[in-house]
Design a protein around this ligand. Sequence first.
Ligand code: TYD
Length: 138
Amino acid sequence: MESKLIHFDVLGDNRGSLIALEEHKNIPFKIKRVYYIFDTKNNVRRGFHAHKNLDQVLIAVKGSCTIHIDNNKVTKEVVLNNQSTGLYIGSLVWREMYDFSDDCVLLVLASDYYNENDYIRNYEQFKTLAENNEISRE
Ligand code: TYD
């Protein structure tokens, strides 16, 4: 039920810049999958899901987009427009992505393989699962 921004050190010299992503170092989990979203059409809003058990880090490696996150207690809008900033999103956080610039490439690192059974695509179901999870932690 967690999200946070992660700053990545930029390694650079007079040739340009480089950022390295390493599991259990600047990425707080074992990376099993990498995917990227690009060529997103104008006015598209995507995502609309949470995960039962998945950690992800989102990085706009080119361009910009906005991520709406909702942990059943607070909602936040996070603008990703910098290669050196990643947004960590844990389990049971609803996310929607929008305002993609034409050139946006959104890189996503994930802690597990693609598994449709791990998706919660119904918002009411997300709220119920998140509430039950909060109660079981009390
Ligand atoms: P979808 O979950 O709709 O994307 P988003 O959450 O960004 O709106 O995924 C689009 C399609 O891609 C869908 O058919 C599932 C498939 N997919 C994979 O096969 N592997 C993956 O790692 C991901 C993220 C999606």
